[in-house]
Design a protein around this ligand. Structure first.
Ligand SMILES: Nc1ncnc2c1ncn2[C@@H]1O[C@H](COP(=O)(O)OP(=O)(O)OP(=O)(O)O)[C@@H](O)[C@H]1O
Ligand code: SF4
Ligand SMILES: [Mg+2]
Length: 338
């Protein structure tokens, strides 16, 4: 493992834009954060703020009409000789051999809808076995044994039998477990989980989050957990990145973000969590105003069209930058710096 203080992945000033006939969508527009082994980084924000495009950029699977315009993504890993080797992912061609071995190798992805990620024509076992053999030279028989072990590890009952079933025969919760097993097949160091529990009921959601936590404890995995749900962040994250319109507006340790949030957007997100103390059917606070259209980004602070604390003449003309406001805590807002 790397020295604990050294991030396994460092994203700096990442900008990923989509070029459309109608204009440019600045899906990610200057995102910076670090990811550490054994810790969970939560990326949170409303729909369309650039969470998934950030994940796609790290894995270099941005669609044809999109491009990483600038910034860097450094992956650090231990080589077999024990040296720390650093790779700049944005410098690798997306389809290069090295990038393909990192994608689904050191960095694995699980996402919201496991149904679409499995072929209905092959058993889940064969798909996991194929994934295992892609990243190892195990025989078919040994790969099958490993697949059964992986299914057991993610809590699939009777894995010797389940391995020969098709994805449509499994419940949503079991399918998500199988997807996690498949992601683990290459022994990744970083797991990116993009809304892994959004499609599941509350009980199954809790079980899947518990599973991710256990796997992290056992394997020292770094997890990037993408969600629009502050409740999931509270449960899982060690560090938090809050995104708005492609930008990181606040960043810090989870306790700081929950107990001393600085950015008006983070504060609004927190007000929108259902409280366990709230009376049933109490109306949930929502953030006023609507998210600006991606082709029509506001000049100045991206949040100024919805911010109740706007400083007129400043927030609507200049863009604030992410700056320190405490230990490991940064915010981009003119209320705290000029
Ligand atoms: N292939 C694409 N072509 C054009 N624009 C895209 C494409 N993919 C994403 N976008 C745009 O990029 C922005 C960020 O999208 P992204 O999918 O990262 O949002 P998100 O934060 O993951 O939202 P959600 O919570 O809904 O998943 C959005 O404005 C989206 O419309
Ligand atoms: S910079 Fe201004 S508009 Fe933006 S969040 Fe801070 S106070 Fe609100
Ligand atoms: Mg998304």
């Amino acid at each position: 493992m790397l020295a604990e203080q050294q991030p396994i992945l460092s994203v700096r000033d990442l900008r990923t834009y989509y070029h459309q006939d109608e204009g440019i969508v600045r899906a990610v527009d200057g995102a910076s954060f670090d990811v550490y082994a054994g810790r969970t980084l939560g990326i949170v924000g409303e729909s369309g703020c650039g969470k998934s495009v950030t994940a796609r950029s790290i894995l270099r699977i941005v669609e044809q009409n999109g491009r990483i315009e600038s910034g860097s993504i450094h992956l650090r890993r231990r080589t077999s000789s024990g040296q720390v080797d650093e790779v700049e992912l944005t410098a690798l061609p997306a389809n290069s051999r090295e990038m393909r071995s990192i994608r689904g190798g050191e960095i694995a992805l699980i996402f919201q809808e496991p149904m679409t990620s499995f072929s209905p024509y092959h058993t889940v076992g064969n798909q996991i076995i194929e994934a295992i053999r892609l990243h190892s030279d195990l025989s078919k028989r040994a790969a099958r044994e490993r697949a059964i072990d992986l299914l057991r590890m993610v809590g699939i009952p009777k894995p010797e039998r389940r391995i020969d079933e098709y994805s449509f025969q499994l419940s949503g919760g079991l399918r998500q477990r199988v997807m996690i097993a498949m992601a683990l097949s290459s022994d990744p160091k970083i797991l990116i989980a993009d809304e892994p529990t959004t499609a599941l009921d509350v009980t199954t959601q809790a079980q899947i989050l518990e599973l991710l936590q256990r796997l992290q404890d056992e394997k020292g995995l770094a997890i990037i957990l993408i969600t629009h749900d502050m409740g999931v962040i509270a449960e899982m994250a060690d560090d938090v990145v809050v995104m708005y319109l492609g930008r990181v507006v606040e960043r810090g340790p989870v306790d700081t973000i929950f107990h001393a949030p600085k950015h008006p957007y983070t504060q609004a997100l927190l007000r929108s969590i259902p409280s366990i103390l709230a009376r049933p059917r109490t109306k949930l606070a929502t953030i006023s105003g609507s998210i600006p259209h991606p082709y029509n980004r506001p000049v100045g602070c991206p949040f100024h069209t919805r911010c109740s604390e706007i400083i007129r003449g400043t927030c609507d003309s200049r863009e604030p930058q992410l700056q320190p406001v405490g230990p490991d805590h940064q915010v981009s807002c003119f209320l705290y710096h000029s």
